[in-house]
Ligand binder design. Structure first.
Ligand code: KG4
Ligand code: ZN
Length: 355
């Protein structure tokens, strides 16, 4: 079987004046479809899966089933909202990796079927690279090279981006992701999944310096969040043993203090990376970049240190097909098409598609 990067599209990709793509994102628990014309997002539909809330985390089997249910209506609406007919599309892009394998399979199979039926090429997209380029979708755009702190439910990375298709991870978490630290803390506090947005909301009313949590010592630009999770667990056990209503009475201060700790850890390595590389175009991306405290911390740091800071529009922070289509557009221009035998990959080799 041919590997994905062999670019063996058998037909002839059209080279029209204007390039219109449909993009599909199904890596985790959001079913999303977007239409992109010449790098401009015409529509970006996102169906959230509420089914996981009661389980305190994403249930992979349920996520796959919800994608199967949502994908046709979401694609139809994305085309309708963009005012684009299927026969006007030049390629179908989809998230190939990383993600939950069952979820990725739904988007992959749907994209293959549609590309086959329409006799147009397929573009396989790396989800984490698309998060980075979410910063380039709207004005103001960062200049190359830029640094991007990508913080999501599964990843925490500092990426150096030299061009649309040229990126390198210079630091990453060695255990939990920042989003996981938010979600696991929320679970310990009895808040529903995903807890990140709720912690963000409660934190706004709390004192970020009320409680102290440890900051890990990790080499280089790497991160670690598993120690923080354990520290919070023991802290809550100890406090609720003394006062069973501790969480109820101090929820805002606990959320604000945990959020501040996560932000401090994230910013500390980002500042180090900017100082060492001298790259002062600095972006954030991924679901946690929706966090109000982190957005403010980046903007404050940028003002004080003379950086240019960029944050994607809210709709491009969490998982969305708009960012998949945006990267796919640049892959289209570079002639990077996927083999029809392409398979999704849960782990996702960073070099697989764009090296
Ligand atoms: O990028 P994303 O939508 O999905 C992944 O690729 O993982 O990120 C989801 C993560 C979840 O952990 C969620 O709790 C977190 O982003 N998140 C937030 C906020 N909004 C989403 N974390 C903190 N504050 C927020 N406002
Ligand atoms: Zn993501």
């Amino acid at each position: 079987m041919n590997p994905v990067n062999e670019r063996t599209f058998k037909g002839k990709p059209s080279s029209p004046k204007s390039i219109t793509l449909l993009a599909i994102e199904s890596s985790c628990d959001e079913t999303s479809a977007a239409v992109i014309r010449d790098g401009k997002v015409l529509s970006n539909l996102i169906a959230n899966q509420r089914v996981h809330e009661q389980y305190g985390g994403v249930v992979p089997e349920l996520a796959s089933r919800a994608h199967v249910q949502n994908i046709v209506p979401v694609v139809d609406q994305a085309l309708q909202q963009a005012g684009v007919r299927k026969d006007e599309l030049q390629a179908i892009a989809f998230t190939q990796s990383p993600g939950l394998i069952g979820s990725l399979l739904v988007g992959t199979c749907f994209a293959k079927a549609m590309a086959t039926a329409l006799h147009i090429p397929l573009i396989a997209v790396h989800h984490m690279k698309a998060h980075v380029l979410a910063n380039c979708i709207d004005e103001p755009r960062p200049d190359f090279p830029f640094l991007c702190l990508t913080v999501s439910g599964g990843h925490t990375q500092i990426v150096r981006c030299d061009d649309y298709l040229q990126m390198e991870i210079i630091g990453q978490t060695i255990d939990d992701a920042a989003g996981e630290a938010f979600d696991k803390t929320a679970k310990l506090l009895g808040l529903p999944y995903p807890g990140g947005p709720l912690i963000d909301r409660y934190a706004q009313q709390g004192n970020p310096h009320r409680f102290n949590f440890p900051r890990p010592q990790v080499e280089g630009y790497d991160y670690s969040f598993s120690g923080l999770k354990t520290a919070i667990l023991y802290f809550l056990k100890e406090q609720t043993a003394k006062d069973p209503s501790f969480v109820e009475h101090h929820l805002a201060d606990i959320c604000a203090s945990v959020q501040q700790t996560i932000i401090d850890i994230l910013m500390h390595k980002l500042i180090k990376a900017v100082e060492d590389t001298g790259i002062r175009q600095v972006c954030i991306a991924g679901g946690v970049s929706a966090n109000k405290g982190l957005r403010k911390a980046l903007q404050d740091e940028a003002r004080q240190r003379g950086w240019q800071a960029y944050i994607p529009d809210f709709q491009y922070c969490t998982d969305n097909a708009g960012m998949i289509g945006y990267l796919a557009y640049h892959q289209y221009l570079a002639g990077q098409f996927a083999d029809p035998a392409v398979v999704p990959s849960a782990r996702g080799d960073w070099k697989m598609i764009l090296s």
